[in-house]
Design a protein around this ligand. Structure first.
Ligand SMILES: NC(=O)c1ccc[n+]([C@@H]2O[C@H](COP(=O)([O-])OP(=O)(O)OC[C@H]3O[C@@H](n4cnc5c(N)ncnc54)[C@H](OP(=O)(O)O)[C@@H]3O)[C@@H](O)[C@H]2O)c1
Length: 242
């Protein structure tokens, strides 16, 4: 029986998620079905179907997007399981933004919006998969955390809070999903040259890891042998923490 792997990448509009989606496009494994989601996806989310890989519009902060995705995912898997195939699941959470600056200048709106995207949406999207996880023979979730999820930096209160929360989400899900054999991998990233740094000219993108390299690294996770469970990966550019 053919073994399908469904690959879901959230945050394919730019930066690391876009690079990772492109990396998966280079792959020739015909049993990999790759789906990308972000506000810049090409297809309308209401047309999302497991038969139709590609990129879909999903705004993780908008009320209807995640429930629509969840409904379509569950419906699609119902059909797939009738075919009694054997399935694997690989999910990358590469969506997020950065809010930087002195605490005195942090507005309520920016704070809420940042936490909604970087924390609440990750919990809600994880919940979308929770119910259907037992269907999969193997399942792996990769969360893009940050050095700011373990250390404190000035002018980064909201970002440090959200990235510490990502680590907490990973640790909790790892325990909750242990009976299912689900791998939950936290990747603590140092600086990668993406748009997230565009408002911080003091940091030189030449000192950072390139999107192509981090995409290669993250793609390699899809090649981990079955019995290897990685909790926490940590990478930095050559200079270390910038
Ligand atoms: N770059 C770094 O140095 C670094 C270091 C540590 C951790 N990280 C983490 O890596 C992740 C990706 O960051 P990046 O550097 O690649 O930044 P980026 O280029 O700004 O990418 C952000 C991604 O999030 C998506 N996104 C933003 N708002 C969204 C929404 N409302 N709904 C759905 N998707 C949304 C964007 O796509 P659309 O605009 O199309 O929606 C884009 O794909 C973030 O969680 C970031 O914290 C990055």
């Amino acid at each position: 029986m053919t073994k399908k792997t469904f690959v879901f990448i959230f945050g394919i509009g730019s930066g690391i998620g876009e690079g990772l989606y492109k990396r998966f496009q280079k792959e020739t494994d015909p049993n990999h079905f790759v789906f990308g989601f972000s506000r810049k996806g090409r297809k309308d989310l209401t047309s999302f179907s497991l038969d139709s890989p590609g990129t879909y519009q999903l705004d993780a902060k908008e009320d209807l997007s995640i429930p629509t995705f969840t409904e379509k995912l569950h419906l699609g898997l119902e059909t797939e399981t009738k075919e009694k195939g054997s399935f694997s699941l690989l999910v990358y959470f590469a969506l997020g933004d950065g809010v930087f600056g002195p605490l005195t200048e942090l507005s309520d709106v920016d704070l809420q919006s940042h936490l909604d995207l970087n924390v609440v949406s990750l919990i809600k999207l994880s919940r979308s998969f929770a119910k259907v996880l037992p269907i999969f023979e193997n399942s792996t979730f990769v969360f893009l955390g940050s050095t700011a999820g373990k250390l404190g930096f000035p002018e980064s209160v909201a970002y440090c809070a959200s990235k510490h929360a990502v680590l907490g989400i990973c640790r909790a899900l790892r325990e909750e999903w242990k009976p299912l054999g689900t791998k939950v991998i936290h990747v603590s990233l140092g600086a990668v040259a993406t748009e997230i740094w565009d408002t911080r000219p003091a940091f030189d993108k030449k000192d950072m890891v390139s999107v192509a390299d981090i995409s290669e690294y993250l793609w390699c996770i899809s090649r981990l042998p079955k019995s290897i469970f990685v909790d926490d990966l940590s990478i930095t550019p050559k200079k270390g923490i910038l």
